[in-house]
Ligand binder design. Structure first.
Ligand code: NAD
Ligand code: DAU
Length: 337
């Protein structure tokens, strides 16, 4: 059996990856390590919690006594755990530094001691390149992060690389574009707008709505990570992008159309400070290994909307019963709904 440690496996991408990996690799024994912050939920793993090849550990990556031994016995580490929401990093950056930078440092220190480690996947982000006015970011491009979240991720990205260059830890770094799919916390634009619109609550579109994001279905992301675990080269960086560059205002209309809701639900609101205008990654390097996205955006968005329509059990408790979510919404949007 291959021991795989997945940090942040109770979050959006991590939980999809755990599910995907258990189904794909019969010889993988997966340990999920997750602090269960507001974004991490046991519900995200409800169907794999009892799987005999999956163990769940509730803990902080920054706690070396907990995370160290798990890293040391792993053959593969896939490090998703992070604070991930840009708007929250603008409201308060401290946890981003503690988890994304210092937490990654704790894992990397343990990785130096992990005798059987063959792969440490540092899940970075396309946001580390900063805003790209035209063209597509290549892995060799300069990093110009412009918000506390992306700056903390850039720090972790380069720290991980340094542990390969200095100590020969078998690190690869991935920089993916905006993911979408099931189990995404309803603070991110797609699940927020879908669940608001279901309830006829206005959807708060930042600024002029013309910012561009490249949408990647989470299943395509999982397939890319899996391929890179097998075929990636240590010390290398790999972009992962869906090739679906969409302006926020167009995305919003597609969501409202998909739910048969009126455009009058769109509420233009003040822009995000330092709002990156556009992200776009060049995926030639990853495609050279045989990967290409399989989920057309039209299908993926339709299925994602349908998932939130059918799984109100999953998101209604967050939006309706969680005082912390209400407090965040009030702080971010100046209103409770
Ligand atoms: P998420 O916010 O849904 O999940 C993050 C998970 O990490 C949660 O389960 C949370 O409980 C856990 N966590 C946070 N702090 C922790 C700590 N100190 N110790 C242990 N666990 C902790 O995030 P996501 O969208 O699934 O993103 C996962 C990773 O992918 C992140 O590293 C993020 O930067 C990266 N990423 C995300 C996207 C995207 O579009 N969502 C795109 C590119 C890269
Ligand atoms: O690019 C990858 C990144 O994508 C990941 O590294 C981050 O973890 C992830 O959160 C995501 O960051 P974004 O800031 O791009 O995602 P978000 O869903 O917050 O916003 C997407 C776009 O929608 C962005 O241009 C801001 C806009 N937006 C967002 C929210 C929450 C709105 O117009 N209104 C909103 O209420």
């Amino acid at each position: 059996m291959v021991d795989v440690l997945v940090t942040g496996g109770a979050g959006f991408i991590g939980s999809n990856f755990v599910r995907y990996a258990l189904a794909t690799h019969a010889d993988w024994r997966i340990t999920t390590l997750d602090k269960l912050t507001y974004a991490g939920r046991r519900e995200n793993l409800h169907d794999v919690m009892d799987n005999p090849r999956h163990a769940f550990v509730h803990g902080d990556i920054g706690d070396a006594a907990v995370s160290g031994p798990l890293v040391e016995k792993a053959a593969i580490v896939v490090h998703f755990a992070a604070e991930t929401h840009v708007d929250r990093s603008i409201l308060a950056a401290g946890e981003f530094i503690r988890t994304d930078v210092e937490g990654t440092f704790v894992l990397l220190e343990a990785a130096r001691r992990a005798a059987g480690l063959t792969r440490f996947v540092q899940i970075s982000t396309d946001e580390v390149y900063g805003s790209v006015a035209s063209g597509a970011s290549r892995e060799t491009d300069e990093l110009k992060p412009r918000n506390p979240y992306s700056a903390s991720k850039a720090g972790a990205d380069r720290l991980a690389y340094s542990y390969w260059a200095t100590y020969d830890v078998p690190v690869i770094v991935t920089r993916a574009s905006n993911n979408y799919g099931p189990y995404q916390f309803p603070e991110k634009v797609i699940p927020l707008f879908v669940t608001n619109a279901i309830d006829d609550i206005p959807v708060p579109l930042y600024g002029d709505g013309r910012n561009v994001r490249d949408w990647l279905h989470v299943d395509d992301h999982c397939r890319a990570i899996d391929l890179l675990i097998e075929q990636g080269t240590s010390g290398e960086v790999y972009n992962i992008g869906g090739g679906n560059d969409v302006m926020n205002v167009d995305l919003t209309h597609r969501i409202l159309d998909g739910l048969r809701k009126p455009a009058s639900l769109i509420k233009p609101v003040a822009d995000r400070p330092g709002h990156d205008r556009r992200y776009c990654v060049d995926t030639t390097k990853l495609r050279g290994l045989g990967w290409q996205p399989q989920v057309p955006f039209e299908d993926g968005l339709r299925d994602t909307i349908e998932w939130y329509r059918r799984n109100e059990w999953w998101w209604r408790p967050i939006k309706e019963n969680d005082p912390a979510f209400k407090a965040y919404y009030q702080a971010q949007y100046g209103r409770t709904t």
